[in-house]
Design a protein around this ligand. Structure first.
Ligand code: SF4
Ligand code: SF4
Length: 164
């Protein structure tokens, strides 16, 4: 999946009609002007440490419990995928702060971006679309997953006293 942001400076100037797309060679320079929706500005990803322990996955469950959040793992590692559009993305698909957009937007490459086709679950080693999908994975990965919380009536363990 492409990283984040819309680098589409060309959007601000020359919009090439979509109907000409079949007759015009798509180049990195004009590609964004053909793009409808600027998908790259409608989400961001954030790399996280690879979860290993029950505690790690428990934390990940809390994160994916938040709206519009998914989790995936690919060759580069584990990522949160937050599907929220940038507040600066205008209705016409242009960047509302183009001249002062963040550096990450400036560095974004449109090479192999969503314009070339949407990412699918087959692009990832692991993909969790929601809380239940991750919970199911946790239960299969850890035999003692459901016992991690103990009894709801159990008293918290007393801290050990240090010996003088
Ligand atoms: S600041 Fe502009 S280029 Fe960057 S993600 Fe938002 S709309 Fe896209
Ligand atoms: S999805 Fe690709 S083509 Fe569309 S605006 Fe973003 S970088 Fe440009």
């Amino acid at each position: 999946m492409a990283a984040l942001s819309n680098p589409a400076g060309q959007r601000m100037t020359t919009l090439i009609p979509i109907k000409l797309q079949g007759k015009v060679k798509i180049t990195p320079e004009n590609k964004c002007s053909f793009c409808q929706g600027a998908t790259c500005c409608t989400y961001f990803t954030h790399q996280i440490d690879a979860p290993r322990s029950i505690e790690d996955f428990d934390l990940l469950l809390w994160q994916i419990a938040h709206a519009n959040t998914q989790v995936y793992k690919d060759a580069d590692g584990w990522f949160l995928l937050v599907n929220n559009r940038c507040l600066h993305l205008q209705a016409d698909g242009r960047c509302g702060i183009y001249e002062t957009r963040p550096q990450v937007c400036r560095e974004h490459s449109n090479d192999d971006c969503e314009f070339d086709g949407p990412s699918g679950e087959e692009d990832f080693e692991l993909f969790f679309r929601d809380y239940d999908a991750l919970l199911d994975y946790c239960r299969r990965k850890f035999k003692n997953w459901d016992s991690r919380l103990g009894s709801p009536n159990a008293k918290p363990a007393r801290p050990r006293r240090s010996r003088a």
